[in-house]
Ligand binder design. Structure first.
Ligand code: ASP
Length: 403
């Protein structure tokens, strides 16, 4: 029998999960454990994978000049695409004006908003960890990345014998982590079946909610569709000189996983595998750009932050002028950088924008009901943009790609 390709298996699992969640919503415990196991396995590999991939990436990049060049290209891509995404969202939210006349009675209270707002400054400070082991155990990605970049860089600065030893050690560790990842990937369909069935069962009243929040969702989804379907493919074609459709096919597995898990971090192992093995980007570029991207490059989240903030303003009858919309754009960018690659991180970061333009934090309660479904979509776009970035940067480094 011909083996069904993995992305088809995942798609089938996704559909089965939806059917299961809708019809057997009281019996999800029979499949939910598969989702839990799968997520636990992915989370297990993330920290060692990020650490070893960045260290081996940086040591393989070699000297400070190369590292600086690659870092500059990567950051330029991340900032440019996130801003493009935000402007796209701003355009749609100003045209559709979904918040005007929205049903305010629908609002729910969200706990801990003030704490979230205050912690934004800390997030930036915490990039430098006081204890690297705390960063590892708590999965503080920015700190881990910072430490790994430093560690990798200074490996290239030490005496020959030790340099070879450590470079080999981290290259080898990275190889092992990728092998474990590929093993876990085999179970993706089962994991996704479990995750989706449980989610669908929990949000079966989604239809009612979706109807009332329809215009808001439309603005976010249209924005995401334009960014993912037009802006990024044009960049892929013109700057990356690759075929966007082929690259999309190469990325099916991580994209479906991002959609199902709503977590860029959990998807990272699969993204790295697909960008390297399917799209043919070198290990040097993937291992440097993708872990960074999964944490700070979130085009979907950036777009969503902007639309949601404007929606809340409209719902409260607050007219935001040009200057204030510019503040929304800048803070949406910051919020997307600061948001962790985990489910609902973007919702919490809304507090940053709302307090910047003086809107009530309770506004977050307005968009809570439909956040999960939007989270799935924006996370998919976050991962898509990371992968496009890796391909574009690889091309600019003169690599021969498979797409
Ligand atoms: N869930 C998103 C991600 O992991 C972040 C967000 O909530 O916007 O990329």
């Amino acid at each position: 029998m011909k083996k069904i390709q993995l992305h088809w298996q995942i798609l089938i699992a996704l559909i089965l999960g939806i059917i299961y969640g809708l019809t057997l919503s009281d019996y999800t415990q029979y499949v939910a454990w598969m989702g839990d196991l799968f997520l636990r396995a992915l989370k297990m590999v993330i920290v060692p994978l990020i650490l070893s991939s960045i260290i081996s990436g940086v040591t393989n990049i070699g000297n400070a000049g190369n590292l600086g060049r690659l870092g500059f290209k990567t950051m330029s891509y991340y900032l440019t695409t996130s801003l493009l995404a935000i402007v796209t969202g701003l355009f749609f939210v100003n045209i559709i004006r979904p918040g005007v006349g929205a049903d305010l009675g629908f609002s729910k209270t969200v706990e801990g908003l003030d704490a979230a707002r205050n912690s934004f400054g800390d997030t930036l400070l915490n990039i430098i960890p006081t204890n690297i082991f705390t960063a590892f155990t708590e999965g503080q990605m920015l700190s881990i990345i910072f430490f790994a970049l430093l560690f990798g860089f200074f490996i290239t600065r030490i005496e020959g014998k030790y340099q070879i030893m450590l470079t080999d050690f981290f290259n080898a560790t990275f190889e092992v982590m990728m092998k474990i990842t590929m093993f876990i990937i085999k179970f993706t369909p089962l994991g996704i079946l479990g995750i989706v069935a449980q989610q669908v069962a929990e949000t079966s009243d989604l239809m009612d909610v979706a109807g009332r929040m329809g215009l808001y969702m439309l603005a976010v989804l249209l924005g995401l569709a334009v960014h993912a379907g037009i802006t990024l493919p044009v960049l892929l074609k013109l700057v990356g000189k690759v075929n966007p459709i082929k690259h999309l096919k190469a990325m099916t597995t991580p994209l479906l996983t991002a959609f199902s898990t709503s977590s860029s971090n959990a998807t990272l192992p699969l993204t790295m595998e697909a960008v390297e093995h399917n799209s043919g980007v070198s290990n040097k570029v993937t291992s440097f750009t993708l872990p960074l991207g999964a944490t700070i490059n979130m085009d979907g989240t950036a777009l969503y932050e902007c639309v949601a903030a404007m929606f809340i303003a409209q719902a409260y009858g607050v007219e935001l002028g040009f200057l204030q919309q510019a503040i929304v754009v800048m803070t949406a960018l910051l919020a997307s950088i600061g948001a962790a690659g985990i489910p609902m991180a973007g919702l919490v970061m809304m507090t940053v924008i709302l307090s910047a333009v003086g809107l009530p934090l309770e506004g977050v309660g307005l968009i809570l009901a439909v956040d999960r479904i939007l989270d799935m979509c924006r996370t998919t776009i976050n991962v898509w943009s990371d992968s496009c970035g890796a391909v574009i940067i690889a091309n600019s480094e003169g690599e021969n790609l498979k797409v």
